[in-house]
Write a protein that binds this ligand. Structure first.
Ligand SMILES: NC(=O)C1=CN([C@@H]2O[C@H](COP(=O)(O)OP(=O)(O)OC[C@H]3O[C@@H](n4cnc5c(N)ncnc54)[C@H](OP(=O)(O)O)[C@@H]3O)[C@@H](O)[C@H]2O)C=CC1
Ligand SMILES: O=C1O[C@H](COP(=O)(O)O)[C@@H](O)[C@H](O)[C@H]1O
Length: 500
């Protein structure tokens, strides 16, 4: 449900950065344009660059015209007049006094009641420093609420994430810490709950009696681009699996919450991680595939392999692809494999969740036909948004054969507009104090614990060796063999049909 956002000041650390320009300014603008943000708010942009307030406002306006859909010039100008700029080095204690002075003036001018949201759109090395100074310099000491948004990555293993968490919790309560995973802001990821718990027909068969297997694919066509500095240390396991892929697993596998309240939902999600089978070295070798893209062809153009990308070590062992078979050892899911795969430079940009149902008890119609498909529920997360259900039906005419048909809901088509960006939804939620779609510390800790075992096994050389796949393919053959061993194969990403 959409509510009006309370009066507040937003401090955007990293205001001249890529994330602020491409996502955060446009997302805030959309909230304003739609009337969810009234006039009583201010945004203070912080970074080291020299800017006047006016120059910063011009930057904000140009970012919105470039990245927000349907921006209206007059509304953009009015929106940008709420923006202020402070040149400061976040590692320098002294500069926090200037921030406090500016915020005190803005609190008065915009009647914010001292409500403040701090958004750290900065490199992770600053995630501990900023909250510490915000508290020690008295900036968080107002009568209003104080919330902090932390970008990814939240640590790079369990010990570093624990240390970072302890640092932040010295200054902010867990309830006021909003750890972003932008996949949780995606329309269709949020829709998983509604599809499951809003439809008795699905909820009653959402278990190992009726579900054969689950597949989650998030494939990208882009390569490492200009992010090798970060990606060389992270790889697909830390960049995508620890956060986005595990979040989607939790959304599919969680039990129904007692109420639609943040802690009820997050409690159920974390229980999934508690039941996730943590792999031994032997199990990592058997169940986790890692790959790296080699040169290949994308849309008819030859593209270089990962090792020839800028700033990549020519001997790099960094994985750009991961496929895994996960197990959730509880009453609902025992015996149902969750296959996940994600990678860069793959054939298509797509995120799709496929629930494959078991066959009926007798093959009355499909024993002698190759047309038969199992019932599949596909949740199309992106680029199309929608749901489709594959059924088998009799084709028109005088034939005994059977034909798979799709019942489809196309979100874009029905809503007649693009879904709001993930950041728009998430900013809206944290300004309202709704932490449902942010990751709680126990989720983060468990996910790192699971991932660290895989990292360790790869580092020790006990896991499956790095394998290669040509750019423009759907990953290494070893990922296909992982499923083949169980009599399965990957369902390739599909488009949502326009008609219902
Ligand atoms: N870009 C994206 O699409 C995504 C980014 N993220 C995460 O968001 C965060 C920011 O990413 P991104 O915007 O790409 O990073 P950028 O490198 O583009 O921006 C970093 C920002 O930090 C500022 N900065 C750096 N050092 C200091 C300092 N000592 N004091 C004050 N300001 C400083 C920079 O400005 P200046 O140099 O002028 O000081 C700049 O505004 C990262 O944690 C990233 O992992 C997550 C998902 C997607
Ligand atoms: O967090 C990240 O996500 C993007 C993929 O996000 P999507 O919304 O485009 O699917 C990925 O490219 C990036 O490497 C990773 O850091």
């Amino acid at each position: 449900m959409i509510h009006s956002i309370p009066n507040a000041s937003i401090v955007l650390f990293g205001a001249t950065g890529d994330l602020a320009h491409r996502k955060l300014f446009p997302a805030l603008y959309q909230l304003y344009q739609k009337g969810h943000m009234k006039e009583n708010f201010s945004v203070v942009g912080v970074s080291r660059k020299e800017f006047s307030h006016e120059e910063f406002q011009a930057e904000v306006m140009s970012a919105i015209h470039e990245h927000a859909q349907g921006a209206d010039r007059q509304i953009v100008e009015k929106f940008a007049s709420h923006f202020y700029y402070l040149k400061m080095d976040v590692t320098s204690e002294a500069s926090y006094h200037e921030l406090e002075e500016l915020l005190n003036v803005l609190d008065r001018d915009y009647q914010t009641n001292g409500n403040r949201l701090y958004y750290l759109a900065m490199a992770p090395k600053f995630f501990g420093t900023i909250p510490t100074f915000l508290k020690s310099e008295g900036i968080t000491n107002t009568e209003g609420w104080q919330r902090i948004v932390i970008e990814k990555p939240f640590g790079n293993d369990l010990p570093s994430a624990t240390k970072l968490n302890e640092e932040i919790q010295q200054s902010f309560n867990e309830n006021d810490i909003y750890r972003i995973d932008h996949y949780l802001g995606k329309e269709m990821v949020q829709n998983i709950q509604v599809i499951r718990f809003g439809n008795a027909i699905f909820e009653s068969i959402w278990n190992n009696k009726y579900i054969d297997s689950v597949q989650i694919t998030s494939s990208e066509t882009l390569g490492v681009e200009d992010r090798a500095g970060y990606y060389e240390k992270s790889g697909a396991l830390l960049d995508m699996v620890q956060n986005h892929m595990l979040q989607m697993v939790m959304m599919v596998a969680m039990e129904p919450p007692g109420e639609l309240k943040p802690e009820h939902i997050r409690d159920e999600k974390v229980k999934v991680l508690r039941s996730l089978r943590f792999f031994s070295e032997e199990e990592v070798k058997k169940n986790v595939i890692r790959g790296q893209y080699s040169e290949g062809s994308m849309n008819g153009e030859q593209v270089p392999g990962y090792l020839n990308e800028e700033n990549v070590d020519p001997k790099s062992q960094t994985e750009t692809f991961v496929a895994a078979k996960l197990f959730i050892d509880n009453f609902r899911w025992t015996g149902v494999p969750f296959y996940i795969r994600t990678g860069k430079r793959m054939a298509v940009k797509s995120t799709e969740i496929v629930i494959q149902f078991k066959q009926g008890p007798m093959a009355l119609y499909h024993a002698n036909t190759e047309n038969y498909l199992p019932n599949l529920l596909r949740i199309h997360v992106q680029p199309d948004e929608g749901v489709s259900l594959t059924l088998n039906a009799k084709p028109k005419g005088d034939t005994p054969d059977l034909l798979p048909i799709d019942m489809t809901y196309n979100n874009k088509n029905t809503a007649e507009m693009n879904s709001p960006e993930a950041y728009e939804k998430l900013l809206h939620d944290c300004l309202l104090g709704n932490s449902t779609y942010f990751t709680r510390w126990d989720e983060v800790a468990l996910s790192w614990d699971f991932i660290d075992r895989i990292t360790k096994s790869w580092q020790d050389g006990t896991g499956a060796p790095l394998t290669h796949y040509p750019s423009g393919s759907m990953g290494p053959v070893e990922a296909d063999e992982l499923l083949k061993a169980d009599g399965h194969s990957w369902w390739e990403p599909t488009k949502v049909r326009e008609e219902c």
